[in-house]
Design a protein around this ligand. Sequence first.
Ligand code: ADP
Length: 260
Amino acid sequence: MLIEKEPYYKTIGREVEVFEHAFKNKLPLLLKGPTGTGKSRFVEFMAYSMKKPLITVACHEETSATDLLGRYIIKGTETVWKDGPLTKAVKDGAIIYLDEIAEARPDVIVAIHPLTDFRRSLYLDKLGSEVLAKEDFMFVASFNPGYQKGFKELKPSTRQRFVSMSFEYPSPKMEAEIIIAETGVEEGDAKKLVKIGTKIRNLTEMGLAETVSTRLLVDAGKLIHSGLSKRLAVEVAVVEPLTDDPDSLAALIELTSMMI
Ligand code: ADP
């Protein structure tokens, strides 16, 4: 809940300022951007800097309002109510981070609506009661806008409830810095990894569903730092996670092995 150790986060733009002002004004915040661009790390960093407890929920297709609000559970011979993570955050005045909110079931979106406007309240239909958010409660969510097919959308009526910020891949210089700080690889290797990332990101004609994120480059850096051969590290940490198509795999392995 309270983050004890300062998370390493490299500020990319004015996101810290926006977060602080959204918090001050009790406005919900939506972080948009592809996976692995530092959204979760940023929220952890902000919670740490502001000394606020953080509750993170990774949403998926099965995540329902019940999972977030709470449910009755059987304890011995009794049935007792157990608050879900969202209810807990609302009551405790914590920061809630719903990662990949668009993946969750539609009833989640319905449940959060009164929380994301002036009401700042949560209605627990199973208990027939309403909980008002504590002063420091903040609602943060992330969303991966699907430029390519296969990603779920968020309705405009939901989108317009949030102050929103886009997260992109960092500039090559910053990305190399992140890789070095996260993995301990030498600068030369970090720069090569960034070049590989940039190259693959520009191969739009390959039709990859998602392209190389900073996360994948960091993973490759970790493997290199621990002694795996550089080419193999790039193959297993960067290329294989991107595609299963044998032709694309072969092409990417050939391309990247020439770059490292
Ligand atoms: P997201 O939540 O956008 O999917 P994460 O926050 O999990 O992405 O970031 C994935 C990894 O990428 C992190 O574990 C970290 O190693 C690295 N990373 C990406 N951007 C940054 C950044 N700005 N500062 C520090 N690390 C970063």
